[in-house]
Design a protein around this ligand. Structure first.
Ligand code: THU
Length: 143
């Protein structure tokens, strides 16, 4: 756990598990919980929320970061993803892009499961050469 303390990780793991228990996934039955640590030291969490119109499903990671934004937080130092899968669950492509928006390239994304196993990546490992807000700075219409 290079950039967060062990007690912070344990708090994130617990929060992600709590979110996992609230997942709304009646269609896939694939429950996911996520928890992120804000750079100010708070924990925010989210679960996946599916819909009868399947394509409207929102993943746990994106709901988690949106929960942070709505509570006034825009910078996070780590995100933990909890599932009950034997194979640890990495974030999907769409979530990787949203993670890049709010976490630094060196920040950790940590997948955990019910067996207390874990696997971690840096944000940069999950989405190298990402399109970021900086890429928009050359767009004169936005300046
Ligand atoms: N899911 C997440 O919540 N996060 C991911 O990164 C991968 C997929 C959810 C979406 C859907 O509700 C279920 O898992 C199966 O794809």
């Amino acid at each position: 756990m290079s950039n967060i303390k062990n007690n912070e990780f344990l708090g994130l793991r617990e929060a992600a598990k709590d979110a996992f228990n609230k997942a709304y996934a009646p269609y896939s039955k694939f429950h996911v919980g996520a928890a992120a640590l804000t750079t100010s030291g708070k924990i925010v969490k989210g679960c996946n929320v599916e819909n009868a119109s399947y394509g409207l499903t929102v993943c746990a990671e994106r709901n988690c970061l949106a929960q942070g934004v709505i509570s006034g937080e825009r910078k996070f130092s780590a995100i933990v993803i909890y599932t009950n899968q034997e194979k640890l669950t990495p974030p999907c492509g769409a979530c990787r892009q949203v993670i890049v928006e709010f976490l630094s390239p060196e920040a950790l994304v940590i997948a955990v499961n019910h067996n207390n196993e874990q696997k971690q990546w840096t944000v940069n490992e999950l989405l190298p050469d990402a399109f970021t807000p900086k890429d928009l700075l050359e767009n004169k219409d936005l300046n």
